[in-house]
Design a protein around this ligand. Structure first.
Ligand SMILES: [Fe+2]
Length: 213
């Protein structure tokens, strides 16, 4: 077996507003499942390589396991971004003049318009995620819908704010049709400092320059 298996991270998120501890405990367990599956798939795929070839009979099983890698890897990583951009006592607005606020203004005109777009993406029908990405080349922000965990991620872009809108993220606290209330709760707990820390440093400067151009 090459490489080191992933270990589930722990997040201290008890006492959030509008997202119960019970929801989070269940959600952490789901996340740990993605870590386990990622490790298991990696190990089983490595098993196919041990004899130096992937022969025809092995190809269907090898292919199926490899196709699942994107689902499990993104399921693991996106949950880490999601838990990592929440905190007890979070919420409010991104700081005025912060790198995030400047990038949002440069990309959407105002932070409010960025937020309207992000929250609207979150209410799209279907199972997936709302993700605000930053283009590391020019600092621009764009909000994307990601189906399941792996369809719609932008290669090489940096996820700066990640919101899980699978129903398991809120079903113990809200009705299925109450997703907008969950999205409000999400915003009430955002750790804007963590978001700020994900921005690309040199791109911040470019976004700042663009905002003042
Ligand atoms: Fe989730």
């Amino acid at each position: 077996m090459n490489g080191h298996p992933y270990r589930a991270k722990t997040f201290d998120l008890s006492g959030l507003r509008g997202i119960s501890d019970r929801t989070l405990e269940m959600h952490f367990k789901l996340y740990e499942g993605y870590v386990d599956q990622t490790n298991m798939l990696t190990e089983r795929i490595a098993g196919f390589l041990e004899d130096g070839r992937v022969d025809r009979e092995e190809m269907p099983a090898y292919s199926e396991l490899t196709r699942r890698l994107g689902f499990e890897y993104n399921g693991m990583v996106l949950h880490e971004y999601y838990f990592g951009n929440l905190r007890r006592g979070g919420g409010g607005e991104p700081g005025r003049g912060s790198g995030f606020a400047r990038a949002a203004e440069a990309s959407f005109g105002t932070v409010e318009r960025w937020r309207l777009d992000f929250a609207s993406v979150g209410t799209m029908r279907g199972v997936g995620w709302a993700i605000c990405f930053q283009d590391p080349q020019n600092g621009r922000l764009s909000n994307h819908w990601v189906t399941l965990h792996e369809v719609g991620n932008v290669a090489g872009f940096r996820p700066v704010l990640v919101m899980d809108v699978w129903e398991h993220a809120f079903l113990l606290d809200y009705e299925p049709a109450e997703r907008p209330r969950y999205i409000e709760a999400f915003f009430a707990n955002v750790d804007w400092r963590a978001v700020e820390g994900r921005l690309v440093a040199e791109a911040q400067a470019e976004a700042r320059a663009a905002a003042h151009a």
